[in-house]
Design a protein around this ligand. Sequence first.
Ligand SMILES: Cc1ncc(COP(=O)(O)O)c(C=O)c1O
Length: 361
Amino acid sequence: MKNQAKQSVLNVKPYIPGKPIEEVKRELGLKDVIKLASNENPFPPSPKVMRALEAAASSINRYPDGDCFYLRSEIAKRLGINPKQIVFGNGSDEIIVFAAKAFLSPGDEVVLAKPTFLIYDIASTIEGARLFQIPLINFRYDLGRMKKAISPRTKIIFIGNPDNPSGQYIRQNEFEWFMDGIKDNVLIFMDQAYFEYVEAKDYAGSIDLLKRYKNLIITRTFSKLYGLAGLRVGYGIASEEIIDILNRVREPFNINSLAQAAALAALKDEKYYLSVKSKIEKERKLLYAGFKRLKLDFVETCTNFSLIKISGDSTDIVNKLLSRGVIVRDMKHWGMTGFIRSTIGNNQENKKLIKALETIL
Ligand SMILES: Cc1ncc(COP(=O)(O)O)c(C=O)c1O
């Protein structure tokens, strides 16, 4: 069958997700396993979300509202935008796929960082695009080289802000400098999956950027701070023109009814998620203190994960952590040898990680 598949699809290096907890328990015969490999939220959804899910469950014999009317209206109201400026995705991942499908033809060019979130590469490669991957400098985007890589065939520039795995954000003045002179027929795809965690005043993260740059799309998700990764709901915000294009490649019922109900309830429970955010910030500090005590170098981030430098083989460390019931990500697959990436867990999980690292190292 392989020779029947499209060459561009065969060119894709399959995405290796973080191993699920149940799989590790089964395979290694372990009872206590924690997952710090997928930048999930360790805290459970709010009680209001659980109630909304229960209420919505009785109607799952019906197809969902393909337009996500209530969720769309709530987001539009909060952001002060027209509801037609929003497209929903089965996770914000799916909006990356929409953009690639809608804008890229074989031979078109895409500019992105290296390393960056792998889905930009996968979605673009499937469409037969040529990738211009610009290495990070000291974990930050080299916007100068990214700008120089733009050609008349460039269709999309992906900017993870903050990005994964680096955990670094783009500053407002850097972004303005970058955008200056870029033609507005190049789609600037700004992925803000982790924006809720960023506290920096100079973060280029405001929705107001859309007023100034008509070729910009910003994506956000309910998978990270709102802890709904398992339900898959994200959204993109852009001009009505861009949203209309992306909606044409969207499957009509891509957001299930439970996901819509949960996301709406989560948005309305601001108090709960502010407390989750402050717990994660507190845990981040404790984790950093633990790394320092173990004399481990790490990259400070504005997100809910960080890179840790490992002397020796990262795969060996990742496997040793796994055998102690701690799942983290080996960055070797992303071209960062000597690094692992770990999510900020709850207090118990972080203590388990530090203890396991201490034993292994
Ligand atoms: C930078 C970045 N963008 C997007 C996503 C995907 O999030 P979602 O669950 O909304 O598809 C992730 C998930 O890890 C991510 O790290």
